[in-house]
Structures are given as C-alpha cells and as structure tokens.
Design a protein around this ligand. Structure first.
Ligand code: MN
Ligand code: MN
Length: 420
C-alpha cells in the first residue's frame, strides 16, 4: 500500500464501512433523533414567542408589522426558507403619463416567479394604451370601471368589445391590440403575462415602428405620400389621452361590420359567471381553455373566502401559482421539501407566489370577504385536495401514516371543497 492509498483508505473507506454496517434499528434511532430535534426546536420557538426572547427593543416599521404579523413572527411550524412568496404593487414605481399610469411586478421583483409577470394599469376616460403587441400572451382582469378593447386575428378579422369590473380578456402572443378607458371614469386592470421576465416597457409599439421606418418606405407600403407621415408622433405614445369613443355598435359598423368580425370572443364575464364551486366558506370561479377556448396558455380562478374560511390544503400539479389579492386579508403557508415552510400575510394589492406542486392553504384572517385571483401559465386549472386524498386511501393506510383511526377519518370531507 503506497502513501496515497493509505490516505484514501483512512478518509474514505471507514466512513463507507460504518454507514453500510448500520443496523436498521440504528437507522430508525437516527430518524427518531431527527424528529426529536425538530420537536425540540418547535417547543423552543413556542416558548421563546411568549418570553423575553421575542422582544425587539430597537426600531420597528410599525405600519409594515401591523400588516404582516405572521410574516414577522411566523407560526412555530415554519422552518427554513422556501424563497420569495410575496411582493406588493404598492412598492413598485408607477410610470405616470398623461392618460394614465402603469407599474409591474416581474421576475426582477419576485425572482421565484419564472412563469408569470403582472402589470397593474390605469387609463382615464378616453385614455389609450397604444396599439401594440408583445411576445407573451396577455390575460387581464378588470378591477375598476369600463374599457374598450380591440384585437386583430392574423387573418384580418377584428374583435372589438367592452369590458367592465369583473370581466377578463385574452390577447394571444403577437396579436395586435389596444385598450381604451371609457366613461364615466376610465378603468383600472390587472394584466398577467406568461413570461416571468416580461416587461411592459418592452412591447412593440405602432408609434415607434413608424418612427423607425424610412418615410419613403411608409409611402410605398401604404400608397400615401411620404409627407402624410410628417405629423406622426416620432416618439412612443405608450399611454396617452384621447376622447371617449362612440358606442360599440358604431365602432363595429365603422370598421366594416360583420364582414370583418372575429369569430372568436376574446372577453369573458368572470365575476358574474355562476361559481364553479360554492359552499359556506366561499366560492371559486374557474376560467380556462375548457370554458373559454381562446385562453390556451393561461388558467385562472377567482376565489372568495368568507371571514373564518379557508382555501383548503392543496397543491397544483401542473403549474406555479401567481396570485393577485383584490380585497380583504389573509395568510398563506407554503411547504416545500426538505423541511421548509414559510407563512406570509397578504393584503389587497399584494402579489403571492407558490411554486409548482408546493402544498399550501390560504386562511381569511380579516372580518371581511377575502377575494383573490390564482393564475397559472397552463391550459387547464388543476388542483389536488389533501382532504380528498386522505379519504381515498384505505383506512388502515391512513392510520399507519397519521395515527388517525377510521371513525375520526370519516369526519374529514371526502370531496374537494376548495373553500372550507
Ligand atoms: Mn398588451
Ligand atoms: Mn393554490
């Protein structure tokens, strides 16, 4: 045996041999030691929360603390770190222009969210979001007021529609579209894009394209004179003021009526649809490609949880969840292996994120209805209910895992309730 081999055997072989030599009883003891350590940690945290250990004698941001009690002092079942789950539109800069404003939460603000980015936008009455398109699909939910939207199919047929609070629209990637605020006070809406690093500042704008095309090419392309383009803006319009358009019927007639009408409907009354599921705890309205065929890549649920209610313990097998909190307040705990669980509080205008397959619940912690949107970069909404799973396995299997006997297990709801 040379020196090198000697060194290797000392460092390597004995540890491998001792691992292989462990009896199953020793492995079980080691596993229980792990559980005991966790129990110790949990008990220690619980005790600390009620003694001087939890005092914080120096400065605190009282406003933020009042809104986020669970985020600051998590339940003792929390452990480790699952990564960022929270952001708020009230922390991101508004780009304000004559006609309205916009701000966004993308992967830059919420790095975990690689599949979805969101934009919150306001257009006053008559205010335009300039004619444009982009590389992501656009899903939108109207939060306030009224708007007129247009989108052209690649075959040249055109959809024009009006939306009001609680409606949604879909603009497929690359399809050119526009949004305009209507009376009496314009609109405000949430936009969801199926690209985490999407930027509302990086869209293809009509004004910019025209500004970057030689006038003689514009003339040759359109059949107009080059001088006809002398008064085009020369700089991006993006959001700009306008006059409230005539009635929808007049606009439809103006562009050529039924001859050029889209055979697809790009808007949907989400809030006023019959609930997909409703119970004492609240309701869920699901819109995806099954009931809104143009929504091929984004699925969503509008959830209402009554005071004291719970969006049940569940997970989503096919996509990450990006939430927008519309009203009320609540807390969410997200579990992720190994040994990570994080609880955060959420208030209106906040954004939440849950990684694909990570189990979670949402509890209404306020005394008013909690309303939020769950959105997914997916063709269909899909969730798995813990309760249903517990009731679908044989009772002796449940007993072996959680030490809950059959008589007690029968009290667990056997069906997916969504909101409890
Ligand atoms: Mn757009
Ligand atoms: Mn969920």
């Amino acid at each position: 045996m040379n020196d090198h081999e000697e060194e290797k055997s000392l460092l390597d072989y004995p540890s491998r041999r001792s691992f292989l030599g462990l009896s199953s009883a020793a492995i079980a003891t080691a596993a229980f030691a792990g559980l005991t350590a966790n129990a110790q940690e949990k008990a220690s945290t619980q005790k600390a929360e009620h003694d001087h250990s939890s005092s914080d004698p120096a400065q605190e941001n009282r406003g933020l603390l009042a809104l986020n009690p669970n985020s600051n002092t998590p339940p003792p079942t929390d452990h480790g770190d699952v990564g960022p789950l929270w952001y708020s539109f009230d922390l991101v800069k508004k780009r304000v222009e004559e006609g309205g404003w916009t701000h966004q939460i993308t992967q830059r603000e919420l790095p975990s969210s690689r599949d979805i980015a969101g934009v919150n936008m306001r257009l006053v009455a008559g205010g335009y979001r300039e004619m444009h398109w982009h590389t992501a699909d656009e899903w939108a939910y109207v939060l306030y007021g009224n708007a007129r939207v247009t989108v052209m199919n690649p075959d040249g047929t055109m959809f024009i529609g009006d939306v009001t609070e609680g409606d949604l629209w879909i603009f497929p990637a690359g399809f050119p579209h526009s949004i305009q605020g209507l009376g009496p006070d314009g609109t405000e809406f949430l936009l969801v894009f199926n690209q985490g690093n999407f930027s509302e500042d990086g869209t293809m704008l009509l004004s910019e394209w025209v500004a970057h095309t030689p006038p003689e090419i514009l003339a040759k392309n359109t059949g107009l004179e080059a001088s006809d383009f002398d008064n085009t803006p020369g700089a991006p319009l993006y959001i700009f003021p306008g006059t409230v358009p005539p009635s929808l019927e007049e606009d439809k007639a103006d562009i050529g009526g039924g001859q050029v009408a889209s055979k697809y409907q790009y808007t949907f009354h989400m809030k006023s649809m019959a609930p997909t599921q409703e119970g004492k705890g609240g309701s869920v309205r699901i819109v995806d490609s099954r009931n809104f065929p143009v929504s091929k890549h984004i699925a969503a649920a509008l959830v209402t949880v009554k005071p004291g209610g719970l969006r049940e313990l569940h997970w989503h097998p096919n996509a990450s969840e990006w939430q927008f909190w519309i009203a009320g307040k609540g807390r969410m705990t997200v579990f992720f292996p190994v040994d990570n669980a994080r609880t955060m509080d959420f208030n209106a205008n906040d954004v939440g994120y849950v990684p694909s397959n990570a189990p979670h619940y949402i509890e209404n912690t306020g005394d008013t209805d909690l309303v939020f949107l769950e959105t997914f970069a997916a063709e269909e909404f899909m969730d798995v209910s813990l309760n249903q799973w517990l009731r679908r396995v044989p009772s002796e299997m449940l007993k072996a895992h959680l030490n809950i006997d059959k008589a007690k297990a029968m009290k667990i709801p056997a069906e997916k309730l969504a909101v409890i």
